[in-house]
Design a protein around this ligand. Structure first.
Ligand code: CO8
Length: 294
């Protein structure tokens, strides 16, 4: 199977490697800090500013935003977000860039990050954060805007902002409290104490911890498992969970009802259910459904 890459400002396509007979392509772009690759129906976005431990400056945020806009969601069914190198996922927002901001500029920088993170959170397809090291400040915050977080054993999570004289500004006060509960979020944010991977797992901030060298394979396996399901159904599940969490249960189940109903009469629903029924007639038949995203 040969993957095509849709990407911004593409110049030329180069072959990188072949994994499990699926060709893995990467496109050269004029982006400095973001690498985007596709492997089958899985897209991998790598924040690549290793000299600054992948810290988020305005350019990284702009490039990430443009990369998300260019993902072909008719073809790609799950994204993985990770950081370049073995040491850091994202070591936060760029402290150098932030250090001289005025109040108005600080607010604008917060909005710039929030807009991109919200784009990730509401992206039509699932996004898995593969956290390969430091996830501090804006790094912890960007991971929390993803649907699922898994991490390496050397990962370190934290919101050190109070020690720098600011609040978390890319959604940390909101998403951390929703993910791990207000008490634990307040403790982490007020004390600015970083936590290791095992504690992140214990408090539910991550779903699983892997040896560093196994992290990306685990992320890709999970992403491929998601990509193998009916794509309209997966999108609607994401919407139902995200939107339902913002409202009371009476409204939440109405959101689910609509998205549930929306799946019917799709090719995927017909094929998925039809295949199950056929399989019953022939229990030895392997379940294979060519989902169409239609
Ligand atoms: N910003 C800019 N540069 C950084 C950052 C950062 N967040 N983190 C690391 N770097 C740079 C270092 O300055 C250093 O650069 P250089 O080699 O040029 O001196 C390079 O990366 C390597 O870093 P270290 O030498 O410090 O590496 P260590 O292994 O010794 O330490 C740490 C690694 C512990 C991660 C350390 O670098 C550190 O503490 N970094 C800062 C972590 C942090 O506090 N992050 C939170 C930042 S605040 C934030 O994210 C707010 C988000 C909301 C913004 C809202 C805006 C309004």
């Amino acid at each position: 199977m040969v993957c095509e890459v849709s990407d911004v400002r593409a110049v030329s396509e180069i072959y990188i490697q072949s994994v499990c007979r699926v060709n893995f392509y990467r496109k050269e772009t004029d982006m400095e800090f973001i690498v985007y690759e596709e492997e089958g129906a899985v897209g991998v976005i790598t924040i690549s500013r290793e000299k600054a431990l992948n810290a988020l400056n305005s350019q990284v945020l702009d490039e990430l935003d443009a990369t998300l806009d260019a993902v072909d969601t008719d073809k790609i069914r799950c994204l993985i977000l990770t950081g370049a190198g073995e040491k850091s996922f994202v070591a936060g927002a760029d402290i150098g860039e932030m250090s001289t901001l005025t109040k108005a500029e600080g607010e604008a920088f917060g909005k710039k990050g929030n807009d991109v993170f919200r784009k990730i959170e509401t992206f039509p397809i699932p996004v898995i954060a593969a956290v390969n090291g430091f996830a501090l400040g804006g790094g912890c915050e960007i991971s929390m805007s993803c649907d699922i977080r898994i991490c390496s054993e050397n990962a370190l999570f934290g919101q050190p902002e109070a020690g720098l004289g600011i609040t978390p500004g890319f959604g940390g006060t909101q998403r951390l409290a929703r993910l791990v509960g207000a008490g634990m979020a307040k403790q982490m944010i007020y004390t600015a104490r970083n936590i290791k991977a095992d504690e992140a797992l214990r408090i539910g901030l991550v779903n699983a911890v892997y040896p560093a060298e196994e992290l990306m394979a685990a992320a890709k396996k999970m992403a491929s498992g998601i990509a193998a399901q009916a794509p309209i159904a997966v999108r609607n599940c994401k919407k139902a969970i995200n939107e339902g969490l913002q409202v009371d249960m009476d409204q939440a189940i109405v959101i689910e009802e609509k998205l549930f109903g929306d799946c019917f009469e799709t090719e995927d629903q017909r094929a998925g259910m039809g295949n199950f029924l056929k399989k019953k007639d022939d229990p030895t038949k392997v379940k294979v459904v060519e989902f169409k995203n239609a």
